[in-house]
Design a binder for this molecule. Structure first.
Ligand code: ADP
Length: 631
């Protein structure tokens, strides 16, 4: 039993293939995690890194409290089950299961007891004397599972264990593995390319594509709140229908129009309360997604109707899938039409080929994605909200409140659009707001607040008590003001980046050996950034060497840090103050370093010539050439 932590894990194969990029995840004890995605997306590589069968290029893997990057597979307390069972053909089932324990020199009685217990759990007691070749695929996979169970591992890793079985047996084994997880009460990590397996077995699912995590969520949340078009299309059968279209807000309604169709439906603005407003003026193309089960062949089921032309019907026994086209003029015959739609209909539904039918759509179940980035335009935690604001002197009127502007924000008097990131909204301030509702978004407590007529979002602590009315604060260094589409006030950049290198050199050292004091030398490490040097602790240097190899010395690195991780000091990067930002509670200076500008939190007065010292322990360090994060 153990929890796992994968912190910024990368795998770059020697041939340069970046199989896994920046994999971050905390896995709780006893979870059943499924890695799912198309072939080649990096699932097996990630699993094999956890098992220790593949080196981790960069990042940190913890099992329990221990960093195990360099721990041998046999010492990680994990067991792995493979697709091809990997049984010894010349050994009986009993011997196959006992083999690993014998290698560990466990007493005979203990081995016997463990093997028999595992065989009982898996229902293979009567086959213990058989050889694998005299067993079916499903029975062999049980033996492979048994061989893993007897080790009583902290973590069970399963790599496509059911892929070699026929469809019926796969379904049966699926529920057996779920039951086994329940019985063993241990952490399972399971790799599959089959979304049905993922949805039916996982307590949480990691959807991967091209080496990147697309979304980590519960099966239900993946279905309801896909974060991008890939996840939306991957989860659910039949695949979600996608159309290109536009969204145009008129007061309290939003018109959803689909390209190349006559469909133009007015949906209530409430369906869009988390949507990025910049998509609602009809100017940007969006991908509209709706699942087959949210369209009904009963025209009266939902108040939003559309016509489509049927091409064919698939009878599935429990229900039907109607293949149709929202473009009534479409002459598409091979199903490539961008307006093709699949609709779930009651079993036994029959429609003539080419008949035009009226269906109704559940518009509350629509999904919207940016046509280019394919990311949802309505994330569960909205990035920012926008509201109207007026500036007069040093006062900003917005959210039904008068907000006094710090010295750093002094645009001309006039009307503006004020963009407020969710991270800028806190319950620490004096703007009156109404508490509307709260939701748990993957462990984060998101509250919806109404200030004036704008709904704002904020992440708050679990133990904060919320009354009907609250006072909220806005961190003004994070907001943006726009006028006629032009940015007039930018937020403060809170991610500084500087290029630099790490070097090693010998330094004199004194060591004590057998009671004798000896003069010797040892290696020390230095970061060279912006013409200054900073000591790099040995442990951090080792992380960089582990990730980047010995060639890391002299290679270009990128250091990322916030204005809070750098300060004005006696020594360091010599630069000048180019700009001062006063946000009232906090003050920052902006200093040029090479081509870059660095923002630095300052307390009190500082002169025009300064030295900057970096808080080395807080740096995020990337190797530029391969684009991987090393620390
Ligand atoms: P999945 O399990 O999702 O099918 P893998 O983790 O096996 O994907 O592979 C991820 C990527 O890494 C693929 O592009 C694959 O070709 C590549 N890859 C896997 N193993 C190696 C290897 N030993 N050397 C080089 N590239 C590899």
């Amino acid at each position: 039993m153990a929890n796992l932590q994968l912190n910024h894990i990368y795998k770059v194969y020697p041939n340069g293939v970046k199989a896994v990029n920046d994999f971050c995840m905390d896995i709780e004890d006893k979870e059943f995690i499924v890695f799912v995605g198309p072939s080649g997306c990096g699932k097996s590589t990630t699993l094999r890194m956890i098992a220790g069968l593949e080196d981790i290029t960069a990042g940190e893997l913890r099992i329990g409290d221990m960093v195990v990057n360099d721990v041998e597979p046999k010492d990680r307390d994990i067991a792995m089950v493979f697709q091809n069972y990997a049984l010894y053909p010349h050994m009986s089932v009993y011997e196959n299961m006992a083999f690993g324990l014998r290698l560990r020199h466990l007493p005979k009685e203990e081995i016997d007891q463990k093997v028999r217990e595992a065989a009982r759990i898996l229902g293979i007691t009567e086959y213990l004397d058989r050889k694998p070749k005299a067993m079916s695929g499903g029975q062999r996979q049980r033996v492979a599972l048994g061989r893993a169970i007897v080790r009583n591992p902290k973590v069970m890793l399963l790599d496509e264990p059911l892929s070699n079985l026929d469809a019926k047996l796969r379904t049966a084994m699926r529920s057996e593995i779920s039951k086994l997880h329940h019985k063993l009460q241990t952490t399972f990590i399971y790799v599959t390319h089959d979304q049905v397996e993922a949805m039916t077995m996982g307590t949480r699912i990691v959807v991967m594509k091209d080496g990147y995590i697309q979304q980590i969520d519960t099966p239900r949340n993946l279905y309801r709140f896909p974060g991008n078009k890939f996840v939306a299309g991957f989860i659910g059968t039949p695949q979600m229908n996608f159309f290109e279209g536009t969204l145009t807000q008129h007061g309290k309604k939003v018109t959803v129009a689909l390209d190349n169709t006559e469909i133009s439906l007015d949906a209530p603005i409430e369906y869009f309360h988390k949507a990025d407003r910049s998509y609602l003026d009809g100017s940007k193309s969006v991908t509209v997604g709706i699942r087959a089960e949210h369209i009904s062949t009963d025209p009266d089921k939902y108040p939003y109707r559309a016509k489509c032309r049927v091409s064919h019907v698939e009878e599935l026994g429990t229900d039907c899938q109607v293949y149709a086209d929202f473009n009534l003029e479409s002459d598409d015959v091979v199903g490539e039409s961008p307006t093709r739609v699949i609709i779930k209909a009651p079993a036994g539904s029959t429609y003539g080929v080419d008949s035009v039918i009226t269906v109704s759509l559940d518009l509350s179940q629509l999904h919207f994605f940016d046509s280019e980035t394919e990311q949802t335009i309505a994330p569960r935690i909205p990035q920012e909200v926008v509201t109207d604001a007026t500036v007069s002197g040093s006062t900003l009127t917005a959210l039904n409140a008068q907000i006094s502007l710090p010295q750093s924000i002094r645009p001309e008097d006039g009307e503006y659009r004020l963009y407020i990131p969710t991270s800028a909204v806190s319950l620490d301030g004096d703007i009156s707001a109404q508490f509307l509702e709260e939701e748990d978004v993957n462990g984060q407590r998101l509250v919806h607040l109404l200030a004036g007529d704008t709904v704002l979002f904020s992440i708050v602590g679990k133990d904060v008590q919320l009354d009907k009315t609250v006072k909220l604060g806005i961190d003004l260094k994070q907001v943006r003001l726009e006028r006629n589409g032009e940015v007039v006030v930018q937020p403060l950049n809170c991610v500084n980046t500087l290029k630099g290198t790490i070097s090693k050199h010998k330094v004199a050292a004194v060591v004590e050996e057998n009671g004798k004091v000896k003069n010797t030398t040892e290696l020390a490490f230095t970061f060279d950034v912006g013409g200054a040097s900073f000591d790099c602790p040995r442990e951090l240097a080792m992380r960089l060497v582990n990730g980047g190899g010995q060639h890391i010395f002299g290679k270009e690195l990128e250091f990322r840090f916030t204005p809070y991780d750098v300060h004005v000091a006696e020594q360091g990067i010599a630069t000048t103050v180019e700009f001062r930002s006063n946000y009232g509670k906090e003050q920052f200076v902006t200093c040029p370093v090479g081509e870059q500008k660095v923002n630095v939190l300052v307390d009190g007065e500082v002169g025009d010539n300064v030295c900057l010292s970096l808080d080395v322990g807080s740096l995020e360090i990337h190797e530029v050439a391969r684009g991987i994060r090393l620390a």
